[in-house]
Design a protein around this ligand. Sequence first.
Ligand code: HEM
Length: 62
Amino acid sequence: MLGPAEAQIKVLLDGRAGTAMASLRRLSDVELAAVTTYTRNAWSNQAEQGLVLPREYAAVRK
Ligand code: HEM
């Protein structure tokens, strides 16, 4: 996902119902921010927001 980080954050925290995409909320905010940042820059991806911070996960995680 290259769009708004919040949409991607929600997929990783909650998974996607009805698909094989499970929740990854057992990972820490630091781990999730790292993997999200990786996907936004690897494979020639150039997301507008390339850096996702742990505090962005903390804000969405409840
Ligand atoms: C670190 C591991 C993973 C990350 C970071 C990740 C991330 C994501 C993201 C961001 C999306 C949403 C893509 C979009 O809507 O544009 C997605 C969708 C999906 N993921 Fe994962 N995923 C991971 C592991 C897995 C695994 C292990 C499976 C299956 C065994 C899986 C199955 C799926 C499926 C089927 C979708 C599509 C759901 C749909 O059709 O709406 N993911 N994943």
